[in-house]
Design a protein around this ligand. Structure first.
Ligand code: NCD
Length: 311
């Protein structure tokens, strides 16, 4: 692996599979012995969050602690960041504190790359979500969950049919997932209203559909995306009712899924909008697994970037 994880394009098929295998090994190690491994003892990891987050921040914190690293949580609110301190000054502070790894979430696409490229700090930079650009560890935990459930935790995702449904336009989760799922051989279809697809989507080389009901029973995985109201400055659909009717995963659509199809959602969910409560809580749902696997995959990322093991 390279020094940083800024995008799925920092990985290739081999290193992505190695990372997923490492996460599976860590799952076995932490299940059978103790929850905490000494691997990153003495290392410092800083969680630098310029955007609200519950699950991703907690997940990175749990991952770092399970590898015995020291963790510093640095959120924009209540720090000098909210007083306008620049990314550069923050990076210089982190360097002075001896951060070996910085996990950054930022509303601007490209902020993690800027931190890594400018060499203000010598540690590894891990992108925990930048604007509408990428969220590589989310895609890795999603791939881990699919592989664990549908491929017995082995090999790639060849032949698995994945539908990614909803607000693709604002979704860094969709961008990272498209790159990784394709790299691992899955067959990806994006399903959304035309207003919620990026203009460049044709270049993504995936299937596109405006009709959620068509081919519904052919998918092995249905990944629902949150409608990201906070990134919407204009109206992208006539009403929430109409959106839910056309693009929501409800009980009728749920009943049409393949018997062993997986329902996924990165969270936080808008229950009743993109996903109904019964779909979120159904036997198809692997949403709690995604959260659990997130810790394992982030442990693998921190381990591979910071322990010096090269794949
Ligand atoms: C996602 C994110 O922040 O990009 N959530 C997450 O990381 N668990 C998706 C979202 O906010 O909808």
């Amino acid at each position: 692996m390279s020094q940083h994880l800024l995008s799925i394009s920092d990985l290739n098929r081999e290193s992505a599979l190695h990372l997923l295998d490492t996460a599976a090994n860590l799952a076995r190690a932490t299940e059978t012995t103790v929850k905490k491994l000494p691997t990153l003892r003495g290392r410092t990891i800083v969680n630098l969050f310029f955007e609200d987050s519950t699950r991703t921040r907690i997940s990175f914190e749990a991952a770092a602690k399970r590898l015995s690293a020291d963790v510093i949580n640095f959120s924009a609110k209540g720090s000098s960041l909210s007083k306008g301190e620049s990314l550069k000054d923050t990076a210089i502070t982190l360097q002075a504190m001896g951060a070996d790894g910085v996990v950054i979430r930022h509303p601007a696409s490209g902020a993690p790359k800027r931190l890594a490229d400018q060499k203000w700090m010598s540690g590894s930079v891990i992108n925990a979500g930048d604007g509408t650009h990428e969220h590589p560890t989310q895609a890795l935990l999603d791939a881990y969950t699919i592989r664990d459930r549908l491929q017995s935790g082995k090999g790639d995702l060849q032949g698995i049919r994945v539908a990614i449904v909803g607000d693709i336009l604002h979704s860094r989760v969709a961008r990272s997932n498209v790159l990784l799922l394709k790299m691992l051989g899955a067959d990806v279809t994006l399903i959304a209203p035309a207003t919620l697809l990026p203009v460049s989507v044709e270049k993504w080389n995936v299937g596109i559909s405006f009709d959620f009901d068509r081919d519904l029973s052919s998918f092995d995985v249905v990944m629902m995306l949150r409608v990201q109201r906070e990134r919407m400055v204009e109206s992208f659909f006539p009403s929430e009712r109409e959106y839910a009717r056309n693009y929501g995963l409800n009980s009728v659509r749920l009943s049409r899924l393949k018997e062993d199809a997986l329902v996924m959602h990165p969270g936080p969910m808008n229950r009743g909008l993109e996903i109904s409560a019964d779909a979120a809580d159904s036997i198809h749902s692997v949403i709690p697994d995604q959260v659990k696997n997130g810790v394992l995959v982030r442990m693998a990322v921190l381990y591979l970037l910071l322990s010096g093991e090269q794949s």
